[in-house]
Design a protein around this ligand. Structure first.
Ligand SMILES: Cc1cc2nc3c(=O)[nH]c(=O)nc-3n(C[C@H](O)[C@H](O)[C@H](O)COP(=O)(O)O)c2cc1C
Length: 183
């Protein structure tokens, strides 16, 4: 059965990005789905200590279960609001903690550092028109090159200061999910 790892980056109960993410993954069909929220995970930020250059893994153990789920996943779905042209700080902390795989590749020579190939989708919401999508996409695309992960789909819903997703948008997102999980 396909394994899906979902990481939500919004702190809000009525999060638009999380709601769109739910529509997206509703198209997955039969699957083992593991969901995390970055604020609940509350990952320790990377200290740049070099532990992962000298050892395999991280000096912190708080993300061990998450990273194990990541390694086993076939699909990685990330939903996030735009915060100041980037992602909210707790999500950025998780992004930085993937450094252990960069070290595995370049300090320990393991290729690929993540054995199982993954397909990834990004779901991004922004309060203003057009903001933040390119920056966030570029960050993940660059990181995924080390993580044996391919960014297949980006769903972007902007101007949330003025509008909420309607049925048509939800339908489009479900269709995006259908083609993503069948690709
Ligand atoms: C701290 C903070 C920073 C934000 N920065 C931006 C920004 O740079 N550009 C933008 O378009 N919207 C920005 N927003 C608005 C959010 O991206 C927007 O409300 C988003 O739809 C929230 O998604 P959510 O409902 O999933 O939390 C910001 C909101 C907050 C709270």
């Amino acid at each position: 059965m396909k394994k899906i790892l979902v990481l939500n980056g919004s702190p809000r109960k009525d999060s638009v990005s999380s709601a769109l993410c739910e529509s997206f993954i509703s198209a997955a069909g039969e699957a083992e789905i593991k969901k995390y929220n970055a604020y609940t995970l509350n990952a320790k930020p990377c200290m740049g200590c070099g532990y992962c250059d000298r050892n395999v893994g991280c000096c912190f153990s708080d993300l061990d279960e998450f990273m194990s789920d990541f390694e086993q996943a076939d699909y990685f779905v990330i939903s996030t609001p735009v915060y100041n042209s980037g992602v909210p700080a707790p999500l950025k902390a998780i992004v930085d903690r993937f450094q252990r795989y960069y070290a595995l590749r370049f300090a320990h020579g393991v290729k690929p550092p993540v054995a199982k190939h993954k397909k990834a989708a990004l779901i991004i919401t922004a309060g203003s028109k057009g903001e933040g999508k390119d920056e966030i996409k570029a960050m993940f695309e660059r990181q995924f090159t080390v993580l044996n992960t391919e960014l297949v789909t980006t769903v972007f819903f902007d101007s949330t200061d003025k509008r909420t997703p309607d049925e048509n948008i939800n339908e489009v997102v479900v269709q995006e999910g259908e083609s993503f999980f069948n690709s």
